[in-house]
Design a protein around this ligand. Structure first.
Ligand code: NIG
Ligand code: FE
Length: 398
């Protein structure tokens, strides 16, 4: 007797063989996919049977880059930008990331939890079953750990799997006036606490003029790697800092943003299996005009993932179907590539490709049952939510 069977499903697997199976049956037990039966098979016994009426089932969507936990909002800065002040100018004036840092420091753990939970619920509505969450709006030990604890508490709800990432090197905190000294502080004081409290296994940074230099990130990465952390990098968002090449050199899981990525650095990412995470919401919201080198990336066999970058400054968006739509319209990716980018490739960007991201025997039963027949409808009709049911680790959520 198995836990759950989904019958009469149109499956799109996103596994190695990229199969589309109509009239298939999924057998789920103890949170895992244990069998995929073709059309006409005899159904095994199960405690619960769902007939999906020949409609689409995909892997649960994976949002591999978010800053979901933060205090306040930046609606005023949005208006300032539309009155002609640039994102970088706002940051230089002490706004931007720094203003969210103040709001996040002043918020209680409870308040941060409730605002993030509200956002997470909305993400779930649109099919997200796994979500990465970065710290980076604390920039002191207590607040960074507070943010990561919120992420941990959200994870215990077991509605969405949360992958926490430490982004201490996001901006210079007001207590410091020297970026090198702050990097020293992260290395000497923050990484050991992080390690001890085991609140994140991945370290990220912001390699940019308004963030940290190539040399500073290299120093951080060297120490983080020694501590056994996996790495990620905000690279080439506003200028070419050779961040993606640095990420590749350290075998980072991903390099993210990449609008200013130089074509010659793509091969380095490919060789290191560093995933290119594209964030069309930030491109759109900051009215960026420099496109990432999409054609070359697609030709190169670098895996491309897409995420929301959900954050108050550059991408206040929570819906992956909307991001897929933007990836298609703004970056000219195909709907199929966009779907791959929020499932299996996003799993690679988080290093969880063995458990998640495709419909495969042995993987977690994280699935979305959609109220339509073709994946391209979900992207085309991005604001008409086709999600009908989510299966999270084998459990049904309406
Ligand atoms: O991914 N680039 C740096 N970090 C965020 C923006 C954070 C903010 O503006 O609050 C990003 O775009
Ligand atoms: Fe980001």
């Amino acid at each position: 007797m198995y836990d759950l069977i989904i019958q009469n499903a149109l499956l799109i697997t996103f596994d190695q063989d990229d199969r589309i199976l109509d009239n298939a049956t999924l057998v789920i037990d103890q949170g895992k996919i244990i069998d995929i039966l073709p059309k006409g098979s005899v159904l095994p016994k199960a405690r619960e049977i769902v007939n999906h009426n020949a409609q689409l089932v995909t892997p649960g969507l994976i949002d591999c880059h978010t800053h979901l936990v933060y205090g306040g909002n930046r609606a005023d800065e949005f208006e300032m930008r539309l009155n002609g002040v640039s994102y970088e100018e706002i940051a230089k004036q002490g706004g931007g990331i720094r203003s969210t840092v103040m709001a996040t420091r002043n918020a209680s753990l409870d308040a941060l939890y409730h605002s993030a939970r509200r956002r997470l619920k909305q993400m779930m509505q649109y099919g997200t079953t796994t979500c990465e969450i970065k710290s980076g709006y604390g920039l002191d030990i207590d607040t960074e750990m507070k943010m990561l604890k919120v992420a941990q508490n959200l994870n215990t709800l077991k509605e969405v799997d949360i992958i926490p990432t430490f982004l201490g090197a996001h901006a210079l905190p007001p207590e410091f006036d020297d970026k090198d000294q702050y990097i020293d502080f992260i290395i000497a004081k923050m990484l050991p606490v992080l390690k001890k409290e085991n609140l994140a296994q991945v370290v990220d940074g912001f390699c940019e003029n308004i963030g940290f230099s190539h040399a500073q990130i290299r120093r951080l990465f060297t120490h983080a790697k020694e501590h056994g952390f996996r790495l990620k990098l905000h690279a080439e968002q506003l200028s070419d800092q050779k961040g993606a090449a640095l990420a590749a050199q350290f075998n980072a899981l991903s390099a993210d943003h990449l609008e200013y990525l130089a074509v010659e650095d793509i091969a380095k990412m490919r060789a290191a299996n560093t995933v290119a995470v594209l964030l069309p919401g930030a491109y759109y919201f900051l009215r960026e005009t420099k496109l990432p080198p999409i054609t070359e990336l697609l030709k190169s066999e670098v895996k491309i993932a897409i995420a929301t970058d959900a954050n108050p400054g550059s991408s206040p968006f929570l819906s992956l179907p909307l991001m897929m739509n933007m990836a298609c319209t703004l970056f000219r990716m195909t709907p199929y590539q966009a779907f791959q980018a929020t499932t299996i490739n996003a799993a690679y960007a988080l290093g969880i490709q063995d458990q998640k991201g495709s419909i495969e025997i042995g993987k977690c039963a994280d699935l979305v049952l959609w109220d339509c027949e073709h994946y391209n409808q979900i992207i085309y009709d991005a604001t008409l939510n086709y999600r009908k049911t989510t299966i999270k680790n084998g459990k049904l959520f309406a």
